[in-house]
Design a protein around this ligand. Sequence first.
Ligand SMILES: C[S@@+](CC[C@H](N)C(=O)[O-])C[C@H]1O[C@@H](n2cnc3c(N)ncnc32)[C@H](O)[C@@H]1O
Length: 435
Amino acid sequence: MATTSGTLNGAVDVAAQEPTNGIETNGVEHIVDESIAVKPNAINDVPRLLEDIASNGEALARDGAQNRRQLLEAARSLVYALETPRESMIRFCWSQSTVFAAIESSIKLGLFKALSKDDKPKTAAQLAETTGAEPVFLSRILKHLGAMGVINETGPDTYKPTNLAKTLTIQKYADGFPCMNDCISAGIEKLPQWLEKNGYKAPSDGKNCAMQIGFNTDLHFFEFLATNPEYPVRFMNHMAAYHQGRPSWMDAGFYPVQERLVKGLDRDAPLLVDVGGSTGHDLAEFRRKHPEVQGQFILQDLPEVIEKAQTLISPDIKAMEHDFFKEQPVKGARAYFMHSILHDWPDNKCQEILTNLAQAMKPGYSKILINENVIPDTDADWQTTSLDIIMMSLFASQERTERQWHALAESAGLKIVNIFTAEKGVESLIECELA
Ligand SMILES: C[S@@+](CC[C@H](N)C(=O)[O-])C[C@H]1O[C@@H](n2cnc3c(N)ncnc32)[C@H](O)[C@@H]1O
């Protein structure tokens, strides 16, 4: 296409222009030919990706959902290859924030509940009546949700819920959206500003990172979380929803619980101490999945979390207020377990946490089990790398590579004896002993 067309505001359609390698219209020199902005990102990869999708699709039909993730990755790669850079840019800049706002408003309004009441299609007017929203406003939100695949458009101003819309009627899943607004997104948005001001190096102080600019506070993330009783609840729900539907360290074929934990167990010593265990979902899962394993289970967290946990946990789990920067009061346990704890803290703070545990361990018997991401050298999962940027923005901390985990363990007088990994994008189980 070589014609030059105008746009609504009178600007020239760049897509229709000849390549502008060299000098750009406003006088800024380009280092690339601008015409690439409107050509597919990697059109030559498309045939191979289609073959990949076809073979994964056949396997899915044959063997069930075992290779669903590979198929999803291939489909995503196809979208990236077909999209033009201009389309990718608009998707990043516009779609994420707008669909987020539409979803969060719909959750607060009760729209997904109204839509999911039954499987019959519903008009915007019916949904406006049920929710009490202004009909014209609601039809705009519904159109965007439909365009983004959050709900299904079945006709003009008529919609049915998708499984995603139905899932968003469940508090645990819905809470991710206000949780991001409460205490996360504004911090991430200010990362470029923090980095520019601080010479493009990773932050190392959880009280001086992008989070403090974003939320206009001097507080550490966890102190900020405690400023509103709704924040920790939504945060815990979001964490719990994030962990759903993924292999768990205690599942068969992941960490050999009998062989590595139960064998050689001293019945008088505590079995499992969940350090920073929130409301105890890991311990509850362990009790459910391994009812044959008898022993003392201890949940530790900050006072406000333990107060909530006490209303939720079963009586065979002992809830204990404990600050992991202080001396560990439970000595000689078989295992001190930490799930998504160390990624919240920079290396010097992790060293303190690990040293406190190392001092409570019984040599030759106690272990530390760290349930965290181990970033691979290549082909890292986008969920893990997203978390890494979140950690950088909010906590001045990080997701770690295998080399970084070894260095951290050694800095606290420990050694990693094994790393158990189930699948890409799922936290590994890092088993440590005293060095
Ligand atoms: C990211 S959450 C992980 C919770 C849980 N292990 C999980 O995987 O769902 C971090 C936890 O650390 C707790 N925490 C933060 N600072 C703490 C401290 N100084 N001592 C003990 N727990 C702390 C928080 O209250 C929160 O429950």
